[in-house]
Design a protein around this ligand. Structure first.
Ligand SMILES: [Zn+2]
Length: 352
């Protein structure tokens, strides 16, 4: 955009005032345009890399892993941000408009970004990664009222499909990078394969009656299906609705009956609903612990272990096994130290 407008100005100023003055003015205009560009929220990609914008951190991590040095990968939603509630800012729209390709989850995960993404799709390559998965592999439980569950990232096998979709889209946009993308994708897919096996082994360490995962909202349906855990969320498909008192009372019944030792908080969902559950159990004489914080719809801080997709999944599995299996903590080459779930940590909630 800035380049186009500065060359238009160059044409206007060379003319009656003479080529030298015209050139000086054009340089000034070009410098100003460059300054505006560098101060804006949508800087051009550095060193000729492709600007690739993703909505969630999980998708961005796949782009980063497969795109490597060839891409400038950016995520709109950072740590603790709830994608169900997220609205695009003017800066996001600028960034999206400058992207070589945009990846989003789809299946209505980004429920309040529909118009922006639809609009963009007429001007830019836009890929809904979860919508590229074979629909037969998606969950459509009744409580989701006919919509498929969008939280596909917690079945690592489904996420491998997403990695292939990202790889293919990058090759299409940047055919010169085909070999680099294919090689990086192969490595990444091997790591996902290993992670998938590890998750299954770890969850099997939990005694069967305790394989019940209760969290603030229904983000873990695919996780439960893939690794053999029953999953219940206090809220439904989206965080965009208040949990009803009846739902909470029903879950209290189950926790008390099955003597489930722990429930979990989520980094991107306010914990008040989980607190209500703990209080409800206490009133019935059953002590239920908060087993730790799980990352559901957003990753942890950039640069930390949970700031990567693989690190986030490992953290969740370690936290769940630690709270639900007698004797605690998961051990394996895929785990790095003790679970870092901090029961007292306040989740960030929605950032906007
Ligand atoms: Zn969610």
């Amino acid at each position: 955009m800035t380049h186009r407008s500065s060359s238009r100005n160059l044409g206007r100023f060379t003319g009656p005032a003479g080529p030298l003055l015209g050139l000086a003015l054009a340089l000034l205009v070009a410098c100003f345009a460059a300054m505006v560009g560098s101060c804006g929220q949508a800087p051009a990609p550095q060193n000729g890399r492709l600007l690739v914008v993703s909505t969630t951190g999980m998708i961005n991590d796949v782009v980063r892993s497969i795109g490597g040095e060839r891409v400038d990968a950016r995520a709109l939603m950072g740590e603790g941000v709830d994608p169900h509630l997220y609205k695009a800012t003017p800066g996001d729209v600028r960034l999206l408009s400058g992207a070589a390709v945009v990846f989003y989850n789809g299946l209505h995960l980004e429920g309040r970004m529909g118009d922006v993404l639809e609009n963009l799709a007429s001007r830019r390559p836009v890929v809904a990664v979860a919508e590229a998965i074979d629909p037969a592999r998606l969950r459509s439980p009744p409580e989701f009222e006919g919509h498929p569950d969008p939280h596909v990232w917690f079945d690592v096998e489904l996420w491998s499909d997403v990695a292939r979709t990202v790889r293919d889209a990058l090759v299409k946009i940047d055919p010169a990078g085909k070999d680099a993308y294919a090689a990086a994708a192969e490595q990444y897919l091997a790591r996902l394969d290993e992670l998938h096996t590890w998750c299954r082994e770890q969850i099997q360490r939990i005694p069967e009656p305790s394989r019940l995962l209760i969290t603030a909202h229904d983000a873990f349906g695919y996780f439960g299906r893939a690794y053999g855990l029953e999953v219940m969320g206090i809220q439904g498909i989206s965080t965009d609705s208040e949990a009803s008192l009846r739902d909470i009372a029903h879950l209290v019944d189950i926790l008390v009956e099955r003597k489930v030792p722990a429930v979990f908080v989520e980094s991107s969902v306010p914990r008040k609903t989980i607190d209500a559950l703990v209080e409800g159990c206490k009133a019935r004489g059953h002590a239920v612990a908060i087993g730790g914080e799980l990352f559901s719809d957003a990753m942890g801080p950039d640069g930390g272990e949970t700031g990567t997709y693989i690190g986030m999944v490992r953290h969740n599995v370690n936290t769940i096994v630690h709270a639900l299996a007698p004797g605690g903590g998961a051990t394996s080459p895929a785990s790095e130290g003790a679970p870092s779930g901090a029961p007292d940590a306040q989740p960030a909630g929605t950032a906007r």
